[in-house]
Design a protein around this ligand. Structure first.
Ligand SMILES: Nc1ncnc2c1ncn2[C@@H]1O[C@H](COP(=O)(O)OP(=O)(O)OP(=O)(O)O)[C@@H](O)[C@H]1O
Length: 736
């Protein structure tokens, strides 16, 4: 008898060989397979008539193969197929489609899914590389699953065998076999109180939705069945976080003192009056630091809101109590900048603070010296990159760690290694500019407390943002000259360091992959000529060309990730001191760079950048009192999605609004992007889409910890399930 924990190879139709390849995809057990949920659905009970297609839309259609041909063009072979339905027809094309040559026969029924485009002749429509499924049943299969119902579509599990159709059949049979044997994993009382379907019922309807389930609900994972599975997953996440939070409060940290002497030390270095948001954030941080349990706090504030000085003040509290404080930045450039800024501020103090920089690309003997000073307690403030963890730095007396932006939260655990075992655990403050809504942040970084800077320093004027095509580049360069003429500085940002064909296709342009396309040919297939992009303008070349041409006579600097850290430091220092007028750069300046005299940000190929990235880049200007500008210059093809992103940038400057827009444009899956690596890997839930369920799960988890519901057996089940869920899924969220 199969159980959920049974090895997937024992499922009928799988066996050891396929079992192996499934395991490589993370599907090891029957349960894993059941949680490989459809990523969309097709209503094949009511397929869209070919005569009603509209260009630009994604459509799901059913039709009959009328004819196929393999065109050998000079660039590549193209497989063309005409699909008909009554008197209407649709042309489908696959680039490098030789492998499809013998797959289709006239008369076969197909289900197709793809973007409708006008055909070149102007009559009728075509689809380029649609997903395709042959509907004519093989002899040994019934047609039941493929037509006349709402059909689940799965992400392929690899190869041309483990297709959506294959998964559908295997899961269907599996659900039949398991009938009545899928154990409930939530306490019964909870299921009843929230009126949820039981687990088995939920899984069944998610894979094979009953007729009449609204398609929009299905596509949005919003059916009751989906919600039940999502809730379950989030409940266990929140339960774990809640327990951790409680356990954490019992750990031993350092209780810092804030005497008049400390306050005086802070007053000595403060270059301006803090905003009231900065004051209250610092108040919260210091209150944490005074407590004997270790601090874990997230300081969130939009670009330019002034997080750095808050962190520096907290660092002074630690130092004045005789401890060391460390700041870890996400890039070398930023580490260097923080180092220079901290030095400048702390030099104003009558106390002689000792500051050390430690980044990966420093010379070995410099690093050795830095490490030894840190170990001997000859450094009060240590500023660095990830190297602080990687280089096995040991601190004499570490009291506070500030982590700037976007590090994997897993690193927090490793801080424990950096202190001597006899001391209390250091406090940790994480700074982020990622505009996550407050409730979401709280649930997401469940075991961090949250402080928000929701106010910009005084005197800022809104940044004027304009979108222009690079055909008007001359005007833009003229404007750069004007700004420099007024004593200001400018950034010009490029998507790549060096020109060459861009080998990272932007998502918006990437041709959709044929669902049944075998992996091998997918790898071999080069980007079809149609999709090749013109050469991108690149930082190094544009630096030369601007220097000799449009910006001749101005002092230009070049900055990118491939310079070594000395070079980066020199360039940044010169830009900061105003010895460079225009900094030509890649996105290395994206986060944190702070030169208030810079008033103009020009982003070339702005169509290539994501919203969050552009927002961060634009945040490099408007950091002082002078009026600032952002020019989004586009070159080449601008997809409709890119157009929307650019319009959003022009219409608002508020990080939270942009995040919401981003969410709508890209869909929840992409929202956090790669920079939020370290987020737990969910099977069903999506933290952005399912915000409201997350809240519910959080409340229910707290309630459960406070007064567990259900029988002893159910409580035991919850404990077991919790352990499993955390071990398998959320290892990375561990914070401290
Ligand atoms: N209260 C204040 N009054 C005046 N200027 C301030 C104040 N607080 C910060 N600043 C200045 O505002 C600028 C932005 O501050 P900071 O670099 O700390 O921003 P940030 O929050 O780290 O932003 P980002 O996420 O973009 O790095 C700096 O030049 C800083 O000196």
């Amino acid at each position: 008898m199969l159980g959920l924990e049974t090895d997937v190879q024992f499922v009928k139709g799988i066996g050891p060989r396929i079992g192996e390849s499934l395991k490589a995809k993370g599907v090891s057990t029957v349960e894993d397979l059941l949680y490989h949920l459809p990523f969309r659905y097709e209503d094949r009970l009511h397929p869209q008539p070919l005569s009603e297609l509209k260009p630009g839309e994604m459509a799901s259609v059913i039709g009959e193969v009328r004819g196929t041909v393999l065109l050998r063009t000079r660039a590549m072979p193209i497989f063309e197929m005409t699909v008909g339905q009554g008197i209407s027809s649709l042309k489908c094309m696959w680039f490098h489609g030789t492998y499809l040559k013998d797959r289709f026969k006239p008369g076969q029924m197909l289900a197709l899914y793809g973007k409708v485009e006008p055909s070149r002749s102007g009559r009728g429509f075509k689809m380029i590389q649609p997903q395709v499924e042959i509907l004519t049943a093989d002899e040994d299969e019934s047609e039941l699953l493929e037509v006349g119902r709402i059909v689940p579509v799965y992400e392929s599990l690899g190869g041309n065998k483990l297709t959506t159709r294959w998964i559908r059949r295997i899961v269907y049979n599996l659900l039949g076999e398991l009938e009545g044997h899928v154990a409930e994993t939530l306490p019964r009382t909870l299921v009843e109180r929230l009126n949820l379907p039981n687990r088995e019922e939920a899984l069944r309807s998610v894979h094979f939705p009953p007729a009449g389930t609204p398609m929009t609900q299905l596509q949005a994972s919003g059916t009751v069945a989906h919600r039940r599975l999502i809730f379950e997953e989030l409940f266990y996440l929140e339960l774990g976080l809640e327990l951790k939070r409680r356990r954490f409060k019992e750990r031993v940290g350092i209780a810092f003192e804030t005497t008049e002497k400390v306050r005086e030390a802070i007053r000595e270095i403060l270059p301006f009056h803090p905003t009231s948001a900065q004051k209250s954030a610092l108040g919260e941080i210091v209150a944490d630091m005074r407590r004997p349990s270790p601090m874990r706090r997230l300081l969130q504030g939009d670009v330019g809101s002034g997080k750095t000085i808050v962190a520096l003040q907290a660092m002074l509290v630690a130092i004045e109590s005789g401890y060391q404080a460390a700041l870890m930045a996400p890039t070398e450039i930023l580490a260097v900048q923080h180092y220079l800024a901290a030095k400048k501020l702390l030099e104003k103090s009558s106390r002689r603070y000792r500051i050390v920089l430690l980044t990966g690309s420093l010379d070995d003997d410099v690093k050795r010296l830095a490490r030894s000073r840190i170990y001997q307690g000859e450094a009060d403030v240590v500023i660095g990159t990830h190297a602080l963890i990687e280089e096995k730095v040991e601190f004499a007396k570490l009291g506070l760690i500030v982590v700037d932006e976007q590090h994997r939260f897993g690193v927090l655990q490793r801080f424990r290694l950096m202190k001597k075992p006899s001391d209390g655990e250091p406090d940790v403050l994480v700074m982020t500019a990622t505009p996550i809504p407050r409730t979401l942040a709280l649930s997401l970084y469940g075991d961090l407390d949250l402080s928000v800077l929701d106010e910009l320093p005084p005197g800022r004027t809104p940044i004027v943002t304009r979108q222009v095509s690079d055909e008007r580049a001359d005007e833009v360069w003229k404007f750069v000259r004007e700004q420099v003429g007024r004593g200001h500085q400018a950034y010009v940002v490029y998507p790549v360091i060096e020109g060459a064909r861009d080998d990272q296709p932007e998502l918006d342009f990437a041709p959709p992959e044929a669902e049944e396309e075998p992996k091998k040919s997918a790898k071999k297939a080069k980007t079809p000529a149609l999709f090749e992009k013109p050469t991108l303008k690149a930082a190094t070349e544009m630096y030369e060309s601007l220097k000799a041409g449009a910006l001749a006579g101005l002092r230009l600097g070049l900055l990118h990730g491939r310079l070594d850290s000395d070079e980066k430091e020199i360039v940044m220092r010169r830009f900061q001191r105003g010895e460079i007028d225009v900094l030509i750069s890649t996105t290395v300046i994206e986060v944190g760079v702070d030169v208030p005299n810079a008033t103009l940000m020009v982003i070339e190929h702005a169509e290539r950048f994501g919203l969050a990235q552009m927002h961060q880049l634009r945040g490099r200007v408007g950091r002082g009192a002078a009026k600032s500008y952002c020019v989004l210059m586009t070159g080449g093809k601008v997809s409709p999605q890119a157009e929307e992103r650019l319009a959003a940038m022009v219409s608002t400057q508020n990080g939270f609004e942009l995040a919401e827009l981003d969410l709508q444009l890209r869909g929840p899956g992409e929202f956090f992007g790669t920079r939020q690596a370290g987020l737990p890997d969910f099977r069903v839930a999506n933290l952005v889409r399912d915000r409201e369920l997350l809240e519910l799960a959080k409340a229910e988890a707290a309630r459960f910890v406070e007064s567990p519901e259900g029988t002893d057996e159910e409580k035991k089940l919850v404990r077991t399930r919790l352990r499993e869920a955390w071990q398998r899924r959320y290892g990375l969220v561990e914070a401290g």
